[in-house]
Design a protein. Structure first.
Length: 318
């Protein structure tokens, strides 16, 4: 039996909007500062912020698209729209953010020019750090509320809501990039080595490639379909096995369709003496019980099989 295809919205819109507003303003002032000072690192940071602005817009697009109701052509809804657009965000960070920063740094190393109007750089970097820092705190608070007591990297690997961890990693890379840009500007002026500004741009590009690589790996895994947590599947199997009419439950098959939408398939062996009408009634009761205990299980299919065929569908979870 299947549940309603309605998809719950992931609680990440606030973090995305905060990052979008911060990056839009920061990109404008960074481009202005790069124009007046000729800093390669500042131009790389401006490109970085512009890419982040576009990325937040794509995440909002994916978030909105994922909330469309199911249709005849998409019976399980559009939840994976969010995973697709999060994957595209990682691609953009890699190709545009990282690629252009590396190119700009390489060109500045080939043709180093002294910086001018350094006050612009320091003022813009300070403002950007404040704005990005505020956005980062919002994203971190949202991510921490989601992960509970889990270690950071385990929570990142287990998270099913890419909108949260993509914004978190973007903001963290923004802050690190600003620090690199500051050091590049300061050292190139202090040591009278304009090439160091180009080195900073290269380092920002490498930073973006690393962040993009992490995000590509995780969003690809979500897009292909990740199973529900082992503990959740164990509890579902135990709940079904508690029914007296159930002889055996095979290991549940599952897949996340969106951050709060799980599809579960259960192959259940019932007592052979039960009439078909009673089996249907028990299946409906089990479906209701499972979905009350686990609201994220939006689609639950229970396939009854004869007790004599229970070895055909794998080992029991219970």
């Amino acid at each position: 039996m299947a549940a309603s295809p309605k998809t719950d919205a992931p609680q990440s819109k606030t973090a995305i909007v905060a990052a979008l507003a911060a990056n839009l303003g920061i990109a404008a002032i960074k481009f202005a500062a790069a124009w007046f000072t000729g800093s390669s690192a500042m131009l790389s940071e401006a490109i970085h912020s512009l890419v982040d602005t576009a990325n937040e817009w794509l995440l909002l697009l994916g978030l909105r698209a994922s909330q469309q109701p199911a249709t005849a052509h998409r019976p399980f809804g559009y939840g994976r729209e969010l995973y697709f657009w999060a994957f595209m965000v990682a691609v953009f960070i890699f190709l545009i953010g990282g690629g252009l920063s590396l190119y700009e740094g390489y060109e500045h190393l080939r043709h180093p020019t002294p910086l001018s109007n350094l006050t612009w750089n320091y003022v813009v970097l300070s403002l950007a750090f404040c704005f990005d820092g505020g956005s980062f705190l919002v994203a971190r608070r949202t991510f921490n509320a989601q992960r509970g007591g889990q270690p950071f990297w385990k929570a990142f690997r287990d998270s099913k809501d890419p909108a949260i961890f993509v914004v978190l990693f973007e903001d963290a890379s923004d802050l690190l990039g600003l620090l690199i840009a500051f050091l590049g500007v300061f050292l190139s002026h202090w040591l009278n080595r304009p090439a160091l500004d180009g080195v900073a741009s290269l380092l920002i590009g490498l930073l973006l490639l690393v962040v993009a690589g992490l995000l590509l790996r995780e969003t690809k895994s979500l897009l292909l379909g990740e199973p529900a947590e082992e503990a959740v599947l164990q509890r579902i199997a135990e709940l079904v096995d508690a029914e007296k009419a159930v002889a055996r439950t095979a290991a549940p098959l599952s897949s996340y369709l969106s951050p709060h939408e799980i599809l579960v398939v259960l192959t259940v062996s019932f007592e052979p003496s039960l009439p078909a009408a009673q089996v249907v009634e028990i299946i409906e009761r089990l479906r209701t019980a499972v979905q009350q205990a686990h609201p994220d299980v939006k689609h639950l299919f229970i396939q009854p099989v004869a007790a004599s065929k229970q070895t055909d569908y794998g080992s029991s979870v219970a």
